[in-house]
Each structure stands twice: as C-alpha cells, then as structure tokens.
Design a protein around this ligand. Sequence first.
Ligand SMILES: Cc1cc2nc3c(=O)[nH]c(=O)nc-3n(C[C@H](O)[C@H](O)[C@H](O)COP(=O)(O)OP(=O)(O)OC[C@H]3O[C@@H](n4cnc5c(N)ncnc54)[C@H](O)[C@@H]3O)c2cc1C
Length: 487
Amino acid sequence: MHTMIKTDYLVIGSGIAGLTCAHLLSEFGNVLVITKGELKSANTYSAQGGIAAVIEKEDSFESHLNDTIKAGAGHNKESAVKYLVEHAPKAIRFLESIGVKFEKTPVLEACHSRPRVWRTSDFTGRDILNQLIKTVQKNKKISIKEYIDAVEIIESDDGCHGVFAREGDETELKPIFAKQTILATGGFGQLFGRTTNTLGSGGDGLALAINAGLELEDIEFVQFHPTALDLEDKGKYFLLSEVLRGFGARIVDQDGKQFIQQFDPRGELAPRDLVSRAVFFELMNGPVYLDMRHLDEKVIKKTFPNIYKQAKEYGFDIVNDKVPITPVAHYACGGIPVDLKGATKMPGLFAVGEVACTGVHGANRLASNSLLEAVVFSISIADSIERSVEIDKDRDPEIKDIKPPEVVIEDIAQVKAYSSRIGKIMWKRAGIIRTKEGLEQAKKQIVEIPARDYRIQHRQLVCYKILEACLNRPHSLGAHYISDELA
Ligand SMILES: Cc1cc2nc3c(=O)[nH]c(=O)nc-3n(C[C@H](O)[C@H](O)[C@H](O)COP(=O)(O)OP(=O)(O)OC[C@H]3O[C@@H](n4cnc5c(N)ncnc54)[C@H](O)[C@@H]3O)c2cc1C
C-alpha cells in the first residue's frame, strides 16, 4: 500500500454483510473491499443452520415477528423486527439471484413456531460465502485486498473519510479514503476463551467506533450456544448445529439422562440462553453429551454430512457415540447502533451484519436471523445510498497532508498470550453466569494487562465497554444472566 488509495465505497470485512454490500454498491460506484485475513476467514463461512424467512403460505410474518421478539425477551425494536421479517423473502431472492441453491423444504430451529430455516446443506454459510466470493471476484467495479487491517476511522467535521489501515506485517498505517465507509467486521466471540467464532471476530469494528466517539448498544447481550463439541485440548470448539436438536438430538448427563426439561418444558428446543445455563450447571457435576444414537443413522448422515465428517476428523462419531459438549460464546446481539438504512450517527459511516445493532435481536437472537439481518440491511444500505439526497455523491473524501497515527506492534507470541489472558477473564467473569463482583474484578484485570500493541488495546477497550454494559444492567434479561441481581 505505497500509494494513496481513494474509492467511492470502502467495505471493511468479507463476510455475508461485506460482500453483499460490495456487490450491491458496485452499481453506483467503485468499491474496495478490505479484509483482515483471507477472504473466507469470516464467521459466515462457519454458519451451519441456515437463514430464516417466511416463504411458505402456511407461515406468516406475524409469527416470525412474534418468535423473534419472544426469543429477544421483548427487548427488540419492533419496527426493526417488522422490517426484517417483511424483507426476508427479498433477501432469499437476492441470494438465489447470485446462485445460492436452497433446499426445497425448510428446517426447524429452537423457538421458531414452525420450520422456516432455509438451508443449502449443513454448511449453509460456506455455500453462501463461496457464491458471494465468486460474484464479487468477477465484478470489475470491485477491488479486493486481503490481509489489510482497518485500525482507525479517518474523521473530520463532516464525518467519516475512510480508515487508516495496516497491510500485512507493515509497521506503519496508511490512509484509505472513501466517500462512504461500510463497517462489516463481524462480532466479538474471540474476546471469550471459549467460542465458535473465527479468529477475525475480535470486535475490531467496535474498537474503531468507540475511538471515533460512537456509543455502542446492547453489547451485554452475548449469545452463548449450548452445543459445541468440546475440543478443549485442541483449543477449539466445533459447533453442533441446533438443527440437530430440531431433528431430535438429546442433551444428556453423564448417566445418559436428559435433564434440560427440569429447567424448561421445551427441553432441548428451549431458548439458547436457558439451555446454555442448564448445560453449564450440569457440567459442574460431570460431562454433558449430545446423543443421537436413537436417531436414524442414514437420515443424520444424509442431512448433516459435513458436520458428521468434520466431527469424525476431530475423532468423534456423532451417530454412534454420544459426544461431549460445552456452551461457548457465539453471537453478539448488540453493536454499533444503526437506523433502518444501516447508517450510524457519523455521516459517511454505515455498519452492517454482526457489528451493527439494528435492534432486531433484542436481548437474545432467534436462530438463523443473523445471516438474514446481514442481507436485509445490506440491501437497505444500497437502496438508501442510491436514493438519498442528503449523501453528497461527488464529495472528495481525501484530506490533504493527513498524518496516520503511530501504532505499537508487539511480537505476535506476546499478542497471543495477552489475547488468551483476556479470553480467560471474559469467559470466567462475563460468561454465562455473571456477578457484580466478578464483573468489577474483570474490569480491573482487563486494564491491568500492560499491552502496548494496538490489537490488544482494542480488545481491552471493547471488553471494558462490554463489562460496563453488563454492570449497567443489574437485572437478568435474555442472554444476560446476572446471578446476584441487585434490588
Ligand atoms: C459456527 C457458527 C454457526 C452459525 N450459524 C448460523 C446460522 O446457521 N444462521 C445464522 O443466521 N447465523 C449463524 N451464525 C452467525 C452468523 O454466521 C454471523 O452472525 C454472520 O455470518 C456475520 O456476518 P458478518 O458479515 O457480519 O461477519 P463475518 O462473517 O464474521 O465477517 C467479518 C469480516 O470482517 C473482517 N474483519 C474483522 N475485523 C477487521 C479489520 N479490523 N479490518 C479488516 N477486516 C476485518 C473479518 O476478517 C471478516 O472477513 C453462526 C455463527 C457461527 C460462528
């Protein structure tokens, strides 16, 4: 990156949100996509279940809306949920238009009143992302740069002008100027020691927003997924999709007995926060397993071939053995607040996908609403940019003689060690069960980490904000569970 870069639209992130936006915005100007790792390194690539949408005539928007609000503990913004569910069929049509091939019938996931989750296979996210990558790679108006780390927003009195970014192992930042910048950097599961999230999900977008003076919303609502295959000795947690439970998989204790029913009559298909807590408590007595041995082996192997194969590679046979599970950090329900057009409070800056908070998820996300949200609001951003009279489409974003900030870059082993320390603190103190004392302690421990590297400082900043948000909500709600509730 030795020459100055200027583009109409700068998209940061190459998951479903970033690439959908890039594709749609290319109709109105040149697009540059930058992404921190390789193109496929995104949570989208790991998504298994599918994408929720009302397509069948027996289903209704009202039912999808009610299910979403019920899962979100009523904390959702109803207008945003309405927008989401009503635009879901359009999102599916968009994906089909770029070649995504959904199965003919939808499947069931927890808290949906009926099957309405559309999948392409048991690795739906991977199929969608592969199709998006093909689409953007052949689009001449889109340039793609991998291994570029967005580090700081370039701002002036008239808003966002792009970002300062670092290419590969370079030690200096360079400006990338853009008329409109779209943050699509995903979630922050990697801030927790146990997670399904990919390495790039460390909350970078939130750090950029905080440093640019933006407030965050609902970041205390971290969804924990109850059924990750426990590969702790490998430092990995492989998701065992909720659709498996939709097909009848049971969660059992060390004696092979089901126990979730004691916590909630919906059993295995109760909301994720309840099931996660039940598993978490049972793990104090001994190992917990997902058991599919009573199900038809052929059906499971045919419906979940990739999950079966991947688990087998990790040394587990999900059809013939019960397999050890653990809850893990999975999804960030909150993020940078945006309106229905994906706009943040800063002119020239949009946020979309898991990094954004549209308000659709409330205090806990309904399964398979997040891929949906990313597509619905990407379409909305493109539509609003096209139609907006407030957006100056001829604005020159460049700021002359601007000096990039200096950053400290520490040895990667040191960065990993600090990340791991942060992960342990957050998992222990801000995980499934929180207490006021634990959260206060975590705040102290996080700031005490003597990091100078910008990547760790960003993580410290985001964790601190999450911990503050937890402390500011003294009562349990949805995915936020505080065991010593204050009066
Ligand atoms: C295992 C798993 C299974 C899931 N299953 C489902 C499902 O079935 N249905 C569903 O709806 N949702 C599911 N989810 C959630 C869903 O996958 C994510 O919410 C969604 O993919 C997020 O898309 P995104 O584009 O916002 O972010 P991501 O796909 O995570 O992409 C973020 C991108 O930003 C890049 N990035 C981050 N920081 C920077 C930076 N500083 N500079 C440059 N680039 C950066 C990353 O490298 C990445 O390319 C699942 C999640 C996981 C982890």
